[in-house]
Design a protein around this ligand. Structure first.
Ligand SMILES: Nc1nc2c(ncn2[C@@H]2O[C@H](COP(=O)(O)OP(=O)(O)O)[C@@H](O)[C@H]2O)c(=O)[nH]1
Ligand SMILES: [Mg+2]
Ligand SMILES: [Zn+2]
Length: 217
């Protein structure tokens, strides 16, 4: 008897996601749903990216978190278009929360909107928010089995980032195994090795710039 309820929730979510998608498309904005576990470095990556691309690309951020506004405060140092969405006990963002967040952002000012999802590699994958792409973030510190253990994000993501590469010398992490697991699950997905805190983000920044160019042309 539970199944129809779940189906209805997802159907309603998908309808609102389509409204978000149309709004984002009409504004000519490229939208990323960023998904990764707590502490993988999503906010750190956004901070470094915003610093790096200041004056080049206009980036807005919707950031989902259970109760605090700490991530939004960190991001607000580098960006004026940031909205915190508190989910309470919710372990993912849904399209309606994003719809409300969008009401507080002037999309006309932006090239890119990044939605930092609640730290969780599981259910955020199943909720369409109206994004163009999902980007999955893993980190060296989490262990090399995490792609294999979280195949849904690997399947759904357009791009995967492996953060905290600066910790590689100190942590046992089999990169070959990690890459093999990803290849087996989704041979189309691109993987970039980065360090948010060291600023090793050149590939990611190039990828972002390409998305904006291909949206405009
Ligand atoms: N060494 C190292 N630490 C990082 C890196 N990226 C993030 N961190 C640290 O990891 C912790 C969690 O980062 P945060 O951005 O809050 O992760 P989030 O929960 O995914 O948003 C913080 O202490 C960051 O300074 C990185 O590339 N290298
Ligand atoms: Mg964060
Ligand atoms: Zn959830």
């Amino acid at each position: 008897m539970d199944i129809p309820i779940v189906e209805n929730v997802l159907k309603l979510n998908d309808e609102v996601a389509q409204i978000n998608r149309a709004k984002i498309r009409d504004a000519g904005v490229f939208c990323i749903d960023m998904i990764g576990s707590p502490g993988c470095g999503k906010t750190a990556l956004l901070e470094t990216t915003l610093k790096h691309l200041a004056g080049q690309l206009r980036i807005g951020v919707l950031v989902g978190d259970l109760t605090t506004t700490r991530d939004a405060q960190r991001i607000a140092q580098w960006c004026s278009d940031v909205v915190q969405i508190n989910t309470g006990k919710g372990c993912h963002l849904d399209a309606n929360q994003v719809r409300q967040g969008l009401e507080q952002i002037d999309l006309a000012n932006l090239d890119i909107l990044v939605i930092e999802n609640v730290g969780n590699l599981i259910c955020p994958v199943g909720f369409d928010l109206g994004q163009n792409v999902k980007v999955g973030v893993f980190s060296i510190a989490e262990g090399d089995d995490k792609a294999a253990k979280h195949p849904y994000i690997v399947q759904e993501a357009e791009l995967l980032l492996l953060n905290k590469m600066d910790l590689k010398p100190y942590v046992s992490f089999d990169l070959r195994q990690f890459r093999e697991d990803i290849d087996r699950i989704n041979s189309d997905v691109q993987l970039m090795e980065i360090s948010a805190t060291e600023g090793w983000i050149a590939d990611w920044v190039q990828w972002l710039s390409r998305q904006v160019v291909s949206k405009v042309s």
